[in-house]
Design a protein around this ligand. Structure first.
Ligand code: C2O
Ligand code: CU
Ligand code: CU
Length: 522
């Protein structure tokens, strides 16, 4: 509480300073002081709409004298203070998304319907939800590298949607960005070849301005890609037994136990107090005494998850967003910002049947308790060498050819000072040519917040964070990464296919508020 009061007074003080700077030039010096020496004109140099509504916001808050608690609670000002999650009681066995079967016996042709439904998330209550081929969430699609996959897409919703394949290297036309709209009742078919290595990807809708609400209501599914390497590694791979997906999401349920997006929505990212994993409330996972592979996906609209064991025991991370790490990396906790994935392996072979062991978050909230059976499972060794990922000298020395500046908060978020315009191409890049992009998160008066940055259509390499080599567990293929306030991240990216691809903040409300741009690959 003391911290909150301090922040409130600090915030009000800054508002006064900034307001006086807006109306007179005398305030400029003091603004500079509070802005780490950044030029105050630059700070205020947003396009006119932004400036006006920024001022409006400022006037509102300073005339009230203090911010109300609701907006402090999960808003931008005090992001450490995001509403806490409720502990899982562990009363429900974790739901495992079904593997999507191919249509008839044609092998690699699938049908995916976006549909509405009702789901019993709480005992005896039907919650209105969205799902793919199901009332809530979606199936797991299993592809093999080299497959030519055909997918029939059907929109059974009463609103426009798109089907986006997050992390998949497909031509722009198949990518399901905001240009690939399916109207209610409309169908289309896409066909593409799976050319990338084994990885855990996901799919979700991407209609302009409506992504956050549709994902919130339940539209999200998994994609597993397998290849020769993933088979040779002999990792735990019995789906639902010792190879388990965990889709972390947080929600707010109203008094009727409904998902009321409009009521819950926050411009700076909608967070909730209720933790769902694979759509299961109060989940637990029953495992044998063996090594278990968990494929973690932060599928939330905005919440960052730091996941660890309550025992503080280490585990290994074996994969990033887009493939295996070269070697397993021992970790005590892992942070995933929205849309990031990681595969980890936890060794339960020595855990006692009655031991209380659980995945918890950074606050110690129980996310997923484990129930250990007295079965001894397979003995599996995680190989020391899993992949041949590398950053070449050439890549390290390439000049920066694309600069991205993330800035703003609430509905005032921008990339390079601009909001998304579906008619505007922000960058072009040549197919098959590696370029270095530099992404900078420019702080604001309140310090700023983490923006999870994502680019469609490619897996890329993180070259550096603030000039330093990335942590060991980011030395693998990535399609999303966190950018902290004032942090600069350099990546080397090559697109295998042509088309128009989005890049954006994966706080879905920021994306919907225009924190998105387009790169045309030709
Ligand atoms: Cu997860 Cu634009 O996507
Ligand atoms: Cu994507
Ligand atoms: Cu953002």
């Amino acid at each position: 509480m003391r911290k909150k009061n301090l922040l409130i007074s600090l915030f009000s003080l800054m508002m006064v300073i900034v307001l006086s700077a807006c109306t007179s030039n005398d305030g400029e010096a003091s603004v500079e002081d509070t802005n780490n020496g950044k030029d105050s004109n630059e700070q205020m140099n947003m396009n006119e709409d932004n400036e006006n509504s920024m001022e409006e916001n400022m006037n509102n808050s300073s005339s009230e004298g203090e911010m109300n608690n609701a907006s402090m609670g999960n808003g931008h000002m005090d992001h450490d203070d995001v509403v806490s999650l409720i502990d899982s009681t562990g009363e429900n066995e974790l739901n495992i998304p079904p593997v999507l079967k191919s249509d008839s016996n044609k092998g690699t042709e699938y049908t995916i319907r976006a549909q509405k439904g009702e789901t019993e998330i709480f005992d005896g209550v039907q919650t209105k939800t969205y799902g793919y081929n199901d009332s809530f969430l979606g199936p797991m699609l299993q592809f093999e590298k080299g497959d030519t996959v055909k997918i029939n897409l059907i929109n059974e919703l009463n609103e426009n949607t798109t089907f986006h394949w997050h992390g998949l290297e497909v031509p722009g036309n198949d990518d399901g960005g905001p240009h690939n709209v399916l109207e209610p009742g409309e169908e289309s078919t896409i066909e593409f070849e799976v050319t990338q290595e084994a990885a855990t990807l996901w799919f979700h809708p991407h209609p302009e301005g409506k992504t956050s609400e549709q994902v919130y209501n339940g539209l999200a599914g998994l994609i597993y890609i397998e290849d020769q390497n993933s088979k040779n590694l002999e990792l735990p791979s019995e789906y639902g037994e010792n190879d388990i997906p965990l889709i972390f999401q947080d929600r707010v349920f109203d008094d009727e136990k409904q998902l009321n997006y409009k009521a819950a929505a926050n411009e700076d990212g909608t967070v909730g107090d209720t933790s769902l994993i694979n759509g299961t409330l109060n989940p637990k996972l029953t495992v044998d005494k063996e090594k278990v592979r968990l494929r973690l996906l932060n599928g939330s609209n905005a919440r960052n998850y730091t996941v660890k064991l309550n025992t503080e025991d280490a585990f290994v991370q074996i994969a990033t967003d887009g493939g295996f790490l070269n070697e397993p990396v021992s970790m005590q906790e892992i942070t995933l910002t929205p849309s990031e994935r990681a595969e980890i392996v936890i060794d339960f072979s020595q855990v006692k049947t009655n031991e209380e062991i659980a995945l918890v978050n950074e606050e110690g909230t129980t996310l997923l308790p484990f129930e250990i059976t007295d079965q001894t499972g397979k003995t599996i060794d995680i190989p020391d060498e899993m992949n041949d990922f590398s950053v070449t000298e050439e890549e390290k020395n390439l000049p920066v050819t694309k600069e991205i500046e993330l800035f703003g908060m609430m509905d005032q978020v921008t990339i390079n000072g601009k909001k998304f315009d579906s008619e505007r191409i922000d960058f072009t890049q040549e197919q098959g040519v590696t370029e270095v992009w530099e992404i900078y998160n420019k702080p604001d008066m309140m310090g700023g917040m983490i923006h999870p940055f994502h680019i469609h259509g490619a897996q890329f390499k993180i070259l550096s964070r603030n000039g330093e080599a990335p942590p060991e567990n980011e030395r693998g293929w990535k399609d999303s990464f966190s950018v902290a306030p004032d942090e600069t991240v350099k990546i080397a990216i090559q697109f295998k296919n042509k088309g128009i691809y989005m890049f954006h903040c994966h706080i879905l409300e920021h994306e919907d508020n225009g924190m998105m741009g387009q790169v045309k690959v030709e």
